[in-house]
Design a protein. Structure first.
Length: 70
């Protein structure tokens, strides 16, 4: 039947070596799938800092516009 694996003889790697090899393989495949993820994270920090700075100036301008009304 499809979907079942039966191991008939042990492999060459110890369980720790196998886990490390699979860990490395999965991390490599994640990097290959989307290599620009580190650039997007770095740029995202700058964007959030810009938005925060813009919000401060927008708040101060709003407060200046409404100071005579309240």
């Amino acid at each position: 039947p499809c979907g079942r694996l039966v191991v008939t003889e042990p492999g060459l790697l110890t369980p720790e070596e196998y886990d490390q090899a699979i860990y490395d393989l999965v991390n490599f495949m994640a990097y290959v799938a989307e290599p620009m993820v580190e650039d997007r994270k770095r740029i995202g920090i700058y964007v959030l800092l810009f938005i925060t700075l813009f919000f401060v100036f927008a708040y101060l301008l709003n407060r200046e516009y409404w100071k005579d009304i309240h």
